[in-house]
Ligand binder design. Structure first.
Ligand code: DGT
Ligand code: MG
Ligand code: MG
Ligand code: MG
Ligand code: MG
Length: 268
């Protein structure tokens, strides 16, 4: 087919192919969720409906798009890791990032009612996205560890802060003052000695965030079968199915990675 004289404008497109052999991480973050949480009356410090909806939306991303091997989410953010050998959309960063962001956003709206019931969605939420490449397994694990450490630091702070306000009767300004300069040990101590709360017994979902991975599960189903010249009978059939599983566990230490050796490809 003859090319039109306009064809040359294609050459203005920039190449954003992600470097080979690298894990491609797409991280989404809710736009102005400080306001979104307030307007939709999220419970403090954690709203399980909101966290459930985030995880549901992330599940939709993993199931609908190609080559995502692990995802990690906390607060209003979710990170998606594409396997290092992925050739989906020729590894074009903008394609991968926009597919993740739009699939996630539309799912967030689509599944809203399943988590918030009759409480209406007041305006269309948005999510920003970025792409980061990690060349080694160590770098990738350290990236995910960084996000989980962030979850821990924020959740410990928010847990003490809202306990001081909700149970200790402090104003938010007083609670902020009280926590200024405190270390993790001090925060644990306030919870334990003043409120009889052992932080380690708080919800793992809140302390550790949510990790989603693919897992093979054997599924057995009973089928009614009829072979020629035989009576109809129940036959047990086992088949292996890939399913996205959610964990709220530590991913900073080695144990998780040793127990799930299929997530990462070899470094060499
Ligand atoms: P951004 O990301 O720069 O557009 O602005 P924000 O406001 O989204 O800031 P960000 O992402 O640093 O912080 C997340 C906000 O979302 C933070 O203000 C707390 C809020 N948020 C997230 N999850 C929950 C929740 O479960 N409950 C409540 N009450 N707030 C939450
Ligand atoms: Mg932000
Ligand atoms: Mg945000
Ligand atoms: Mg955030
Ligand atoms: Mg198209």
């Amino acid at each position: 087919m003859a090319k039109s004289k306009f064809e040359y404008v294609r050459n203005f497109e920039t190449d954003d192919t992600c470097l080979r052999n690298c894990y491609i991480v797409v991280r989404l973050d809710g736009r102005n969720f400080h306001k979104f949480a307030e307007q939709h009356k999220f419970t403090k410090p954690n709203d399980n409906r909101a966290l459930g909806l985030m995880t549901r939306s992330a599940r939709s991303v993993i199931e609908e798009l190609e080559d995502i091997v692990i995802a990690y989410g906390q607060s209003d953010e979710f990170s998606f890791v594409f396997k290092r050998t992925s050739t989906w959309f020729k590894r074009r960063a903008s394609k991968l990032m926009t597919h993740v962001a739009s699939q996630f956003s539309s799912s967030f709206v689509f599944y809203w009612k399943e988590y918030f019931g009759e409480q209406p969605l007041l305006y269309p939420p948005g999510f920003d996205g970025r792409v980061v490449l990690y060349p080694s397994n160590r770098n990738l694990i350290d990236y995910l560890s960084w996000r989980q450490a962030d979850c821990h630091i924020n959740n410990l702070y928010n847990t003490v802060f809202w306990t001081l306000v909700q149970k200790g009767g402090l104003t938010t300004v007083q609670a902020e003052d009280r926590l200024k300069g405190t270390l993790a040990a001090d925060k644990n101590e306030i919870l334990f000695s003043e409120f009889d709360i052992n932080y380690n017994n708080e919800s793992a979902l809140h302390r550790k965030g949510t990790t989603l991975i693919w897992e093979k599960r054997d599924e057995t189903v009973t089928k009614r079968m009829k072979r020629p010249n035989e009576e109809e009978k129940d036959v047990v059939v086992t088949r292996s199915r890939r399913k996205v599983e959610a964990y709220h566990c530590d991913i900073i230490g080695d144990q998780f990675w040793e127990e799930h050796p299929d997530i990462l490809e070899d470094d060499n």
